[in-house]
Design a protein around this ligand. Structure first.
Ligand code: NOJ
Length: 561
């Protein structure tokens, strides 16, 4: 169905008004394309740095702290959404795709940020959320107002419900789909109305209606969104729930045997429909109209063989290696996930894009056992990650070895908590900048620091950036060393974009990934020291206690002899 509705984002006029920020990046790295060797630092703006003292991180705070990010030795940042939003899902409910929420600052702040990052040699990737918008988005509001059968409603999935009896028309959701956040994926458009008995689809919260990508006007609209940010000079986009834009035609019931866990994965009808690939072909063409080409990285939460199809040569450049993202400390699981990813790479060509943490998952320190052991393992895992073939993303605070925080129940704000009883707040607690508790441990630099949007736990200051910067044995100092050596190994040709990833689980739970006959990453994931294959240790997460042997929870980069 087509619709006469304007396909332009509400603020398209601003695109031409805004001066594109000059790109002053260093020349391309040793890989053919800068992103092939890149390490990108994920910034969750709410929790990074608060420049106006209101307890919520913002663009001013981020601008102020850009030198810190540059000092890590990463290639760029990915910023989660800061566009206008009712903040039902902490910004993943966008009500204006081409603006800046006053909570975070202004468009002028964003332009300063972009220019400041570029001047420091950092690329800037933004989040685009094409699966759903906010229920406050003007086009959704117009659809609600226009009523059943209107072209405005054709931009979303408005459908009559089922009826429990002739006396109660449309009193049941149109199908059995579940929201990822828990409960039905449908809400009544106009609760209580007898004339408007339609429901609308939301794979996430009721405040996040899904766009209907079968309507071509939606594709046109998003072209405008992409152009807006590309024209402004952003270097690329991370695509939220990239595999879910198209739903099975006719919105049939999911097979009843589908378990209701992790909603999208268990319901084949809401994700990985063939039609979605055309969107990324179109976006790739658009991204390549710009110089330098803009980067597309997808959140494609599918098994490796399916996810790899999104990074075919004419689609996205990267997709996070989801098989890896949620791993525990389990050598067999790592070897299996790694091998599947390698198989997928051989089939479709793109190297995996590694990540072990993001703002949706439990931090590695805690996931790998917590306490000192969890901290050691998290550091070893980060060492491994940075030695693997392909690009890597690290999440703010991962470089500090931050654990997951048990946020008090009354302070939890994640919509997943209310609907599904799981909270992601624990990985989103604001960063501790100083040991001194003043200004929310340096998180808030404004005149009056109100309490942060999520409370800081006792002892948070023990992880402070300021102290870690002074300590050569800190998680931060380790991460910076790993990043510096990685950069050097790319520069001297030890690491190349053609490297493979041959994974092996060896005796004693020694996990290895051989990226070339000359280079191997090894992680000791068992409980006893294990003998290393012959070679020269170039880097280790912790000093080796005995030459040629690796202690449990340590990782090395080995040049084969
Ligand atoms: C993935 C994002 O990372 C997550 O935070 C969000 O809740 C969902 N997509 C919905 O946008």
């Amino acid at each position: 169905m087509t619709t006469p509705i304007s396909a332009q984002p509400a603020h398209d006029d601003r695109a031409s008004a805004a001066a594109a920020s000059p790109v002053v990046l260093s020349p391309a790295g040793p890989a053919d394309h800068w992103w092939q060797s890149a390490v990108i630092y994920e910034v969750y703006p709410r929790s990074f740095a608060d420049g106006d003292g209101d307890g919520v991180g913002d663009l001013a705070g981020l601008i102020h702290r850009l030198p810190y990010i540059a000092s890590l030795g990463v290639d760029g940042i990915w910023m989660t959404p800061f566009q206008p939003s009712p903040q039902v899902d902490q910004g993943y409910d966008v009500s204006d795709y081409c603006g800046v929420d006053p909570l975070f600052g202004s468009m002028a702040d964003f332009e300063r940020l972009l220019a400041g990052a570029h001047a420091l040699g950092l690329r800037v990737l933004l989040d685009v959320v094409p699966n759903h918008c906010s229920s406050r988005h003007p086009l959704f509001q117009a659809a609600l107002a226009a009523g059943p059968g209107s072209p405005e409603r054709g931009l979303f999935h408005f459908v009559e419900g089922r009826s429990s009896s002739p006396e109660h028309p449309s009193d049941l959701p149109p199908n059995n789909w579940q929201s990822v956040f828990g409960g039905t994926a449908w809400s009544r458009a106009n609760p209580g109305s007898e004339t408007d008995t339609e429901w609308y689809l939301h794979l996430f919260s009721a405040g996040q209606p899904d766009w209907n990508w079968r309507n071509p006007a939606v594709g046109d609209y998003f072209d405008g969104v992409l152009r807006f940010w590309f024209d402004k000079g952003v270097d690329g986009l991370r695509i939220d729930v990239a595999h879910a834009l198209f739903k099975a035609d006719g919105l049939p019931d999911a097979p009843s045997e589908s378990p209701v866990v992790d909603g999208l994965r268990s319901n084949p009808l809401v994700s990985d429909q063939e039609e979605v690939h055309e969107v990324y072909r179109r976006w790739r063409r658009l991204a390549e109209k710009y110089q330098p080409h803009r980067l597309l990285v997808g959140e494609v939460n599918l098994e490796p063989s399916r996810a790899a199809r999104y990074t075919r040569a004419d689609e996205m450049h990267q997709a996070f290696a989801f098989a890896f993202v949620k791993l525990g400390w389990d050598a067999a699981a790592w070897a299996q996930a790694g091998s599947e990813l390698e198989e997928a790479r051989l089939l479709h060509g793109a190297a995996p894009t590694w990540a072990l943490e993001n703002h949706d998952i439990v931090r590695t320190v805690t996931r790998f056992g917590g306490g000192d052991q969890g901290a050691r393992r998290a550091r070893a895992a980060l060492a491994a990650l940075l030695g693997l073939p392909g690009a890597a993303y690290i999440y703010q605070g991962q470089e500090l070895g931050l654990p997951e925080v048990d946020v008090p129940v009354e302070a939890r704000v994640d919509p997943m908590w209310a609907r599904g009883g799981v909270t992601r707040d624990g990985s989103r607690v604001p960063l501790p900048w100083t040991e001194d508790p003043a200004g929310n441990h340096g998180f808030s630099t404004g005149p009056t620091a109100t309490p942060p949007w999520l409370p800081l736990p006792d002892g948070w200051g023990d992880n402070a950036i300021e102290s870690q910067q002074q300590d050569p044995g800190s998680a931060l100092a380790f991460a910076a060393r790993a990043l510096a050596l990685r950069r050097q190994l790319w520069a001297d040709g030890t690491f190349t974009a053609d490297d493979a990833g041959t994974w092996r689980l060896r005796a004693g739970n020694l996990l290895t990934c051989e990226r070339s006959p000359r280079f191997l990453v090894a992680v000791a994931m068992g409980s006893e020291p294990v003998e290393l294959p012959p070679g020269v240790v170039l880097f280790s997460a912790f000093p080796l206690e005995q030459e040629g042997w690796l202690q449990p929870d340590n990782a090395v980069w080995l040049r084969r002899s």
